[in-house]
Design a protein around this ligand. Structure first.
Ligand SMILES: [Fe+2]
Length: 288
């Protein structure tokens, strides 16, 4: 099925990448706590913790509060996940078109994005999915040219389609995090800005999920207009990427980047639905 431009209804149909159990598991792993150790530290029965990890959350608000305190998580966001009511704000009103390209990979789904400033059928590609076939299966018919490719991090599910997309559209401007190795792509470092396709793209260097990871802040020529942050595997709506490189740096950069952009900036993650910077500063369990 070909991709289509971002709408609010589109966002609402997409499930969160992580449920309560996933968030607890990530936080327990970061804290080096077993379920038993967390039960002892929080006073929450271990059976309740194991049920939550097994996607059968029956934790009371008081239990959620104790777990949040024991794990250093945002209590309001954790309770919202526990009740299945994590807020997803309006992500409409951008001054350019955004196509989320959702592709199956393994047991999950990965996102890439096309951002187009005009109606000329050209845009910028952010991440490239697991491969050329996957990208082709969701490619919007309206987009016939690509003026630049920006990769958040070199993992198969996010960068596997880089060469195929560059070949197909004859793209010479591709960008990867400074220090990363890929068959093509120029390094882009902290606060470097590229003008392409009628848009301005600024990189934030955001190690944590992996050592070499960028987020990209995309702005139109209108200074007061709403902007977009392609966040890769740094921040998801209601969660964060696995902290495989450094959980301390991941949480520090997550907060830093969300504070560095306007609160109404739409956040487009590598997995799950879109959200906003202000929403994640307020509710994301990993922002406390
Ligand atoms: Fe990923």
């Amino acid at each position: 099925m070909a991709g289509r431009p971002q709408t609010l209804s589109h966002t609402l149909q997409i499930p969160l990448e992580d449920e309560l159990g996933d968030v607890l598991e990530k936080a327990m792993s970061c804290a080096g706590l077993s379920p038993e150790a967390l039960a002892e530290k929080s006073g929450v029965p271990v059976e309740g913790i194991l049920d939550a990890i097994d996607y059968r959350p029956e934790l009371s608000p008081a239990d959620c509060g104790r777990l949040a305190a024991a794990l250093g998580l945002n209590e309001v966001g954790l309770c919202a996940l526990a009740t299945g009511k994590y807020p997803l704000p309006d992500s409409e009103g951008l001054p350019f078109q955004v196509w989320p390209l959702r592709m199956a990979h393994g047991i999950g789904v990965v996102n890439a994005y096309i951002v187009a400033a005009g109606d000329a059928g050209r845009g910028l590609l952010f991440d490239a999915g697991p491969g050329a076939e996957a990208l082709e299966s969701v490619w919007p018919r309206e987009i016939r040219g690509i003026d630049g490719i920006f990769i958040t991090h070199i993992e198969a599910e996010h960068a596997g389609g880089l060469c195929g997309a560059a070949d197909r559209f004859g793209v010479t401007d591709a960008f990867i995090p400074s220090g990363a190795r890929a068959p093509l792509g120029r390094p882009m470092g902290e606060r470097e800005t590229i003008a392409a396709g009628g848009l301005e793209v600024t990189a934030f260097r955001t190690p944590g999920h992996c050592a070499l990871h960028n987020c990209y802040h995309i702005r139109s020529a209108v200074p007061s207009a709403r902007s977009l942050l392609v966040s890769g595997d740094l921040v998801f709506a209601g969660s964060a990427g696995g902290p495989y490189y450094c959980q301390r740096q991941l949480r520090a950069h997550l907060r830093r980047v969300l504070l560095a952009v306007p609160a109404d900036t739409v956040v487009a993650p590598g997995h799950g639905p879109m959200t906003t910077a202000g929403n994640e500063l307020r509710f994301n369990p990993f922002v406390s």
